[in-house]
Design a protein around this ligand. Structure first.
Ligand SMILES: [Zn+2]
Length: 146
């Protein structure tokens, strides 16, 4: 019976979706790209449209802040490389590690251990982070000249 009704609705071009907030089916009445139903669920004061949007905003904000932090370190080291304080190869090594670590934890929870570890790694001294000791560019050149 339910299936029949759903098919019937489909035939009439009525769009049915699963609400991303409460996970219940709903009939889309407004914009077809809506993700949330307009019901007020038990124990809630606001409809899913409001709660879902708030939740998505918060998650996005947290994720963007996390990415911004990574980008801040990256651009800082990139600038240091540009003015010769950090060697290109060292920067590349750091950048590669940062990318691997970021990709490994970007989808984990805000307070997950992976994220905490990554943040701790970002805060390390640059040369500790890439496990090499500091060498000035002058020293590097004199090494290769030997
Ligand atoms: Zn809902």
């Amino acid at each position: 019976m339910i299936i029949f009704e759903l098919m019937n609705l489909a035939n009439r071009n009525i769009l049915i979706k699963i609400c991303e907030n409460c996970n219940h089916l709903f009939i889309v009445t407004g914009r077809s790209d809506t993700k949330y139903c307009s019901r007020i669920m038990k124990n809630e004061k606001k409809p899913c449209t409001v709660l879902g949007a708030q939740k998505a905003f918060k998650e996005n904000y947290i994720n963007n802040t996390f990415k911004q932090m990574v980008d801040k370190y990256r651009s800082n080291y990139k600038n240091q490389m540009a003015c010769g304080k950090i060697d290109d190869e060292d920067y590349e090594a750091w950048s590669k590690l940062a990318r691997e670590k970021y990709l490994a934890c970007r989808k984990s929870e805000e307070n997950s251990k992976q994220r905490q570890d990554f943040i701790a790694w970002l805060k390390l001294d640059f040369y500790d982070a890439i496990s090499t000791s500091y060498k000035s560019i002058g020293e590097k050149y004199s090494d290769s000249a030997d």
